[in-house]
Design a protein around this ligand. Structure first.
Ligand code: KIV
Length: 311
């Protein structure tokens, strides 16, 4: 685990070009790995910008890692919009993807297009992501036809995890793998510009991505995908507790944060904070004049001010 400053190789943000859909296709064709990561607010967006991510997803995983819900199901469009707007303010070069929360697209093509347009217009994301195959394929087609690029998502799709038997790997049987292949091909055929594969055995992913033309982005799907995605809070160790098998931790930010706030609390209690460096000074003459004012007879004996109420 290493941490700190510019210990990575990405060129500074000012030297990078904005990432476009043709650029992603080019990267896939050239075998250049695509780096995708989530962000949910202004500070996380500035971090992933500085670190050189190619794609930034304002994921509905925010429900769990930011808003503290037990799953992704409860997060609303309004909540995703607040988070997305904050992310937009911190991003310059990565392609921004807005995740469509559960309930924002399944019921009809009209609803799906309306909410995809809301995400684009109100947050400034350039593309949207929705989960699963089945009816989502029709919704993806409608959104693509309305002019908004769509990223698909197959395998473990957290919005429908209950129906999938829980948070567990998908495509582990031949039948399951065929279903995954069919969903991915269907999403590609309706114009999805990329597809996320979540929690799929590496060998199954490898066999499926060979059949696809669009870039694939893996999370717990092995090394064969064109890119990888991880959740910001997981990879940095901000989330605590049991992690999915596919999470690799690159930092232990939670321990740093608890340590920092704990040291602050200790110093407040022991009166070691604030120190002279943290306080504002005042001209001695101004202070003396103010003290003389306070010492006037009438003020020295006053216990409270007689405020004149406003008319
Ligand atoms: O919401 C999310 O963070 C995601 C990624 C895990 C792909 O969908």
């Amino acid at each position: 685990m290493s941490s700190g400053g510019r210990s990575h190789t990405a060129p500074p943000s000012a030297d990078r070009q904005p990432v476009t859909l043709p650029r992603l296709a080019e990267m896939k064709a050239a075998g250049e790995p695509i780096v995708m990561v989530t962000a949910y607010d202004y500070p996380s967006a500035t971090v992933v910008e500085e670190a050189g991510a190619d794609i930034v997803l304002v994921g509905d995983s925010a429900a769990m890692v930011v808003l503290g819900y037990p799953g992704t199901e409860p997060v609303s469009m309004e909540e995703m919009i607040v988070l997305g707007k904050a992310v937009r303010r911190g991003l310059k070069t990565p392609l921004m993807v807005g995740d469509m929360p559960m309930g924002s697209y399944e019921a009809s093509n009209e609803l799906a297009v309306q909410n995809a347009q809301r995400l684009v217009k109100e947050t400034g994301c350039q593309t949207v992501k929705l989960e699963a195959g089945g009816i989502s394929v029709e919704r993806a087609r409608a959104i693509v036809n309305s002019g908004i690029p769509v990223m698909g998502h197959v395998g473990l799709t957290p919005q429908t995890a209950t129906a999938l038997g829980g948070y567990k790997a998908q495509g582990k049987t031949a039948q399951g793998a065929i279903k995954l292949l069919e969903e991915a091909l269907a999403l590609q055929s309706v114009g999805c510009f990329a597809i996320v594969f979540e929690a799929v055995p590496a060998a199954i992913t490898e066999a499926i991505v060979e059949k696809l033309e669009v870039p694939t982005i893996g999370i717990g799907a092995g090394p064969a995908t064109a890119g990888q995605v991880l959740v910001f809070h997981d990879l940095l160790g901000i989330t605590t507790g049991r992690m999915a098998k596919f999470v690799k931790r690159y930092a232990d930010v939670n321990a740093e944060m608890v340590g920092g706030v704990g040291r602050y609390a200790d110093e407040v209690r022991s009166r070691h904070f604030p120190e002279p460096d943290h306080v504002y000074g005042v001209e001695p003459a101004e202070l003396a004049e103010f003290r003389r004012y306070l010492e006037q007879e009438s003020l020295a004996s006053a216990k409270s001010w007689d405020w004149e109420p406003l008319p």
